[in-house]
Design a binder for this molecule. Sequence first.
Ligand code: GDP
Length: 652
Amino acid sequence: MPGTVRVYELAKELEISNTELLHLLADLGETVKSHSSTLSAETAKQVREVAAPTKSNAAAKPDAAPAAPAATKAVEVIPGMTVRELAEAMGIGAPAIQKRLMGMRIMASVSQTLDIDVATEVAQKMGYVVTEGVRKAPKVERHAPASRKSNPISRPPVVTIMGHVDHGKTTLLDAIRETHVTDQEFGGITQHIGAYQVEWDGRRITFLDTPGHAAFTAMRARGAQVTDIVVLVVAADDGIMPQTVEAINHAKAAGVPIIVAVNKIDREDANPDRVLTQLTSYELLAEAYGGDTMTVNVSAKKRQNLDDLLTGILVVAEDLDLTGDPAATPTGVVIESQLDRGRGPIATVLVQQGILKVGDSIIAGEAYGRIKAMLDDKGQNIQKAGPSVPAVVLGLSQVPSAGDTMTVVKDDRTARQLAAEAGTIARAERISKRQRVTLADLRRQLTEGETKVLNAIIKADVDGSLEAVKQSLEQLSDAEVKIEFVHGGVGNIGQNDVLLARASGAVVIGFNVTVDPDARTMAQDESVDVRVYNIIYELIEDVRKAMLGQLEPVYEEISLGKAECRQVFRTPRGPVAGSYVLEGKITRSADARVLRGKAEVWKGRLQSLRHVKDDVREVLTGYECGILCDGFNDMQVGDIIESYEMKEVPRF
Ligand code: GDP
């Protein structure tokens, strides 16, 4: 493209550093990824004007506004000018101004008018020489209102609301939905499909309407990251509570930016400042305190300042430079699903790339099918859905799970085939469940270069012991292994902890706490290493040993089943026990032993297991089979053959 230039080339030309140039670009509202990104001719021109005011480039810009002193950072502010107008006058993007305003604790939409003093201050802070002007005859807008960057592939941000119970997550979601849904055809009533979109300031925002971090982390544990921004709701009368801390850590573990909505400011006992102070303990320094965490005071109940919150979301989103390629093969994530009596399996899919269309052949987990129809969040039929759009999809063979990836494939046959393969892979994964970090395996993973950091979630009975455990563990960190605390909290180990551990490859360590029964089951199913201690010395010792590779796992024997030998067939390979399975199952690949009365007469592996004439992997209770024990020549009628396996004993 004529006139385009790379960041580093332009920096060299202007004799400034790459970083300085990136800052300059940010001020101009341009989000640039790296030093080698290409800038459009238009952007390069703007930068040259701003960065090199003394260099004569008047000749290079014959189309420059004649009124402005050529190529200086000067701006004329006019009473009643909107953010957008100021941005245009300054030749930069509106978000850059909105960001500055936020630093001054002013939340403004692009169409909001600015006080003359405020406009002056912003422009000056951004390095402009300001003069005051008067409003002239209204400008005639050309085709479209000066579209900043008609970037065809930017997409709406996807937002999840998190926070402590009763702090107002649901109320906030409902309030935003009721006040900002644009389609009034059905009285603005949206259907609950797991997500909805609102329009604000000419842009869209997608909200996932299952509040809470359990859903968020459950998705992430399945490899699906759909959230771009977390809105953390903190009640101003209650302050930061345990689940607030959990939510902060879940969002941080996922690397998702947090906007804090300080809620319930309508209450008499509301103390928003206290919330801001408390946040500082969790590395969230509010903008009001000079930090970069955006905070917005709201009342979900009284619907106050919701617009500010939406503006804040758009500003943060702008920084994230969210894109989705409409030309790509459509993919998405299932965020909700159910079996509908009339319509069969239905799933809400959040599209991430491409344009999903009715008639597409898709797979989602083990489900497949051709999209018969799609509905939006208002229950209306739609033909297509692009990036960040949630759509209910009809026509699947079965109900997929939340967190499953959806992909469009060539045709129905491919869909069916791939779904079957996905099923096999899922089953294999369920069986093998490797690659989780466990303390006992830490050393091996270290040697194989898989782990350099031991991610840990610590739960303790009281704050004091939590700190003690953390400090002692911190001292164990060395050059080889660093211990990172993904989350620390007071209370028993619950499902949320296990989910977070699963999602972030962490171990869960409890001190003087117990494990909730459902969390226990989940930990076993998900192969998450959960350990509980009552003596701090033992806890530290185990982690220390794990780091040295000296932590021996403790195994216990689990009996799988028993068979009785009822006949012995002599074969060239050895005596085959014609047996009958009495209980459980006999498994070809498991460990086995032969019992005669109470005495164990042989122990080892099976050489073969047959049912009728076929080699089989296992034989269940009530069936006959032929068993050949490897290297055992003394099989006798009446012997009991037992299948068993050694399983690591969970440490809770
Ligand atoms: P969640 O558990 O976080 O989803 O909280 P809810 O949305 O269910 O709200 C818990 C309670 O707080 C309900 O009784 C709400 O009516 C109330 N509530 C929520 N937002 C506000 C608010 O802004 N002001 C006041 N006064 N009450 C609120």
